[in-house]
Design a protein. Sequence first.
Length: 431
Amino acid sequence: MSISTIQDGRRPLLSKFNIALFFFSLWLLAQLIIPVKYFSYSLLSDLEIFKNLIPAIAVVVCTLLHFEKLRLNRQFLPFFIFGSFCALKVPFLLFWPNSTIDALYIPMMYVLWTLLMFSTSPAVLDSLPKIRSFLRCMIIIFSIVIIIFSFFVAYFSIEMEALYRGGRLTFIYSNPLYLGAIAYSILCCSLLLREMSGSNFERKILLLLSALCLWVLFESFSRTFMLATVVLLTVYLYVKRVQLRFFIISTSLLLMIFGLSFYIFQVINFENISSEALNSVSSGRILNWGEALYQSFEGWNVFWGGDGSATYNQSLSTTGAESVDNSFQRYSVDNTYIEVFINSGVIGFSIFMWGLINLLRFSKSACLNIDEADHELDGILAITYAILVSLVVSALFYGHFPSFGNTINAAVFPPVLSVIFLAHRRRNQKR
């Protein structure tokens, strides 16, 4: 046994899995640390390029490390077709008149995201123990970063008002939605790991962490992920409590209707309704969606898609009212499906939705028709399917996939899709 091998027979410290886990950890750290608003302008200028560069490097390294284990599953073929379609755009964009190197970012990001989620991640996380180790690592990183920055806030006596923006908790970030995405990532990882854990103590800690995440979602008033949480719990209980399905669906619908009505009545003055007031309910999303769709209907762009480059400078902000332009930009309108349509046209959008529907159908089938001999996967598949549905719903209001620039892609999608692949592989082995 080599020096790097732990004596009790576990994996070598420098195993392929641990190296891949290291790069996933770097990816998560980049998403948690680089957007912090308390960094100086000079430091942020040096760091911001790594927010998207590290994920790209992670995909390449992990793919090369696990190349012999990569598989092309026919069930998820549409996503590979989508990735191939995006890859075909690269040489055309490269030689297109007036095209710049920035135009290559979106199609290459889509290609790498597809490769990672539907081939590389399942190769890295090819067993429940590995998925469990991955989730524990991600939760530990989340916790350490939060604890360190909480001490930072306390040490420098930062006032509570500075941690809020417009009455919404932002903590060390500038955007409450970004904080909401982080809290929801922790919530999903905690709930999934809780189903996999055999330790009562760990399960209680994860339940406490989940409750803290719910508090953060309410304090940040992240409506996108509050809705996602309701969807997650509804789907999970719907699958697990067959005899209470009508009650679960009715209660969830009433909660969503009551919540939406309460918010609308708080925001809109019905004595003087205007389009601006209606648009404010969606935090400006409706206007952005309309303008984005209007601009995309130009010639062949409807079928082929645009080059995906942003027409504005996306930036990271500091507390000194300074901003640093991102090195890699994407056309972002807070809606995954509109973004995919704009960037890949009717052709790419249709293929992507075909793949997404296939994924939902298969994961639902695996969840509802679990083999009695695979009782271990019962609860795991239920929470996995619920998380997947919640992410698909939240994508209506947040462009969190296919992308690299948030914690959901770094910490949630890889284990969720890997569980689905694991169920798919076990089903095929029994045939």
